[in-house]
Design a protein around this ligand. Sequence first.
Ligand code: PLP
Length: 357
Amino acid sequence: KFNFCAGPAALPEPVLLQAQQELLDWGGRGCSVMEVSHRSPEFTEVAERAEQDFRDLLSIPAHYKVLFVQGGATGQFSAIPWNLFGGGVKRADYIHTGQWAGKAIKEASRYGEVNVVASSEDRNFSYAPAADAWQESDRSAYFHYTPNETIGGVEFNYVPEVKAPLVADMSSNILSKAIPIEKFGMIYAGAQKNIGPSGIAVVIVREDLLDRAMSDIPRSLNWKIAAEAGSMDNTPPTFAWYLSGLVFQWLKAQGGVEAMYEQSLKKSGLLYEFLDRSDFFSSPVDPASRSRMNVPFVLADEQLDARFLNEAEETGLLNLKGHRSVGGMRASLYNAVPLEAVEALVAFMADFEKRVA
Ligand code: PLP
C-alpha cells in the first residue's frame, strides 16, 4: 500500500523496521530507547548524532544553532514573536499565502504589529506572490513566509531577499532540497512530514538572534535557553528524536537532499503532467507555484469524489482526500513516498478516467 497522507506522513520503511527491531532491546541493553534517561551517555550519543547528521544534510554553518523542541510548528508561531519582539521593534512583515501563513499571522498579531506585505487571497491562495509584488517595511523585527503551503499545495520558487532576518516555516518541504541557510535568520519545521514522527519540531536559528526575546517569554519557548541546554532544558521527546535521527541516516544513504530534490521533481512532475493532459482531473494551482510536496487536484464531477476515494483505497492508494477546508483530493509526496507510488496513482487515475468520463 502507498500512503499519501499530508501529515503525520509515511516514514521510510527501513527506518520503521529498524525501530521495530530495536523497540524492546536497543543495542543489547535489554530495554527501549524510550526507557533510558535523556541525560545518559547512550541517549546523548543519539541526540548529538541526529543533530550532526541534520547539519550535514543541510550544510548548516556553525553560527546557527539547531534546536529540537516541542509544541510543533504551531508552538513556533508563538515562539517567533516572543523571541524576536524584545529587540526594540515590535513589528514584523508576513507574506500571506494560505492557511498556515494565516495562522502564523494571527498568532504574531497578539504580540505586536503585523504588516501583511503581500497576499494571494485574491485568487483563493492558488499562487505564491512574485518577488516584485511586495516591499518590506523600513523597520521590522523579522520577515516571515511559508515556503510551502501544505493545504493549498503552493510552493515558492524563490527565496525572498530582505533586510530583516528572514523567518521560514519549512514544515512541509524541509530536507527536500538544498537551502541557502545564510539567507535566513530562522527556519522551523514540525517533524511529521519529512523528518520523523509528530511530537518534535526542528529550529535552525542564527546565534545573534538569541538575544532579542521579550522579557516575559515563557521558558519553554525560549530559544536561548533551549540552545544553552542542548534542547534538554526539560525532558525532550526522546523517541521522536531517535526516530528523526534514523530518518537523517536514511536520507544520507539515499544521497542527501540533492537526491531528494531530483526525486521530488520526478514524482511531482509525473503527476502534474498527467493532470495537465487529463480532461477529467485538474490542478487548481498556478503552474509557477506548484508544490513538489503536496499536489491538490479536483475531479470534473465532484459527485464522483467518494467513489474515487473508495476505489483508490481498495487499490492500496491511501489518504488522498483533500484537507477538510478545501475539499477535492491531495497527494502528498514527501521524501518517504517512492516513485512507484506516484506511478501506481497515475495508472489508477488514468483507468478511473477511462471508466467514468
Ligand atoms: N505549518 C505548516 C506549513 C504545516 O503544514 C503544519 C501542519 O501540517 C503546521 C505549520 C502545523 O504544524 P504542527 O501541527 O506541528 O503544529
